[in-house]
Design a protein around this ligand. Structure first.
Ligand code: CTP
Ligand code: MG
Length: 232
């Protein structure tokens, strides 16, 4: 069986949410982070879930997070890439595949996770992505439209991003050696010549960035009847 490790960057400061710690906001009666880790822990092939937490929470992690013995925590870093790097260092050496999934995407479905795992187990590096519905404009520094890319060729990148473990480790090692800041994991491996594919994500797999996204996520949960009893 493929041994899957999951890296969950949850160390951000939620500036666009007014400084709220997004992973600990309550969504449908449960913390966002609890919803985020569950579909991974439901898989028998997941051997480790490494969560990067802000320093204060790392010092006193919530009991519900530590209830499964496969969960480990590390302290987050200044940027998302630093948090991923810290978590990657705690991934078991014998993991075959690493998935990186933002703590701010609590509605990730088992089907999206399965597509990511299957691709990485077959040796591919992939990101979950969806078609773009808006027409996207490239503007100059004054906001003047300079280009309208063909929408058919545009995708909105989501997480999970999935990699053969050696591919992601190698990219982070090479980035550190070259003094390159790791921003987006898929962009980082691509920088070192790895082909990055896409698998179908889901519109529901939204990233909670602002208060409006939290309201949208609540509505999506209520629609599917997944909200905790009494919270609809
Ligand atoms: N993240 C992290 N460490 C950081 C910054 C971000 O682990 N230093 C995580 C966030 O916790 C989140 C994911 O990366 O799960 C995506 O980041 P984003 O949605 O931008 O969250 P924040 O950085 O917390 O929000 P903001 O950018 O509004 O401050
Ligand atoms: Mg951020």
């Amino acid at each position: 069986m493929t041994r899957v490790a999951v890296v969950i960057p949850a160390g951000g400061s939620g500036r666009r949410m007014g400084g709220a710690l997004k992973p600990f906001l309550v969504l449908g009666g449960e913390p966002v982070l609890a919803r985020c880790v569950r579909p991974f822990l439901d898989r028998a092939d997941v051997v480790a879930v490494i969560v990067a937490l802000p320093p204060l929470l790392h010092a006193a992690p919530p009991a519900w997070l530590m209830a499964d013995h496969r969960v480990a925590i590390v302290v987050g870093g200044a940027e998302r890439g630093d948090s991923v790097r810290n978590a990657l260092a705690a991934v078991p050496a014998d993991a075959d595949v690493v998935l990186v999934h933002d703590a701010a995407r609590p509605l990730v479905s088992p089907a999206v996770i399965e597509r990511c795992v299957a691709a990485a187990a077959a040796g591919r590096s992939v990101i979950a992505a969806v078609a773009v519905v808006d027409t996207i404009k490239v503007v100059d520094g004054d906001g003047v439209v300079v280009n309208t890319p063909d929408r058919a060729r545009l995708r909105a990148a989501q997480t999970p991003q999935a990699f053969p473990a050696a591919v992601l480790r190698d990219a982070y090692d090479r980035a550190a050696a070259a003094g390159i800041a790791a921003t987006d994991d898929a962009a980082l491996v691509a920088r070192f010549g790895v082909v990055v594919g896409t698998v179908a994500g889901a519109v529901e797999n939204l990233k909670i960035t602002t208060a409006a996204d939290l309201a949208l996520a609540e509505a999506l949960l209520a629609r599917t009847g997944e909200a905790a009893p009494g919270v609809q």
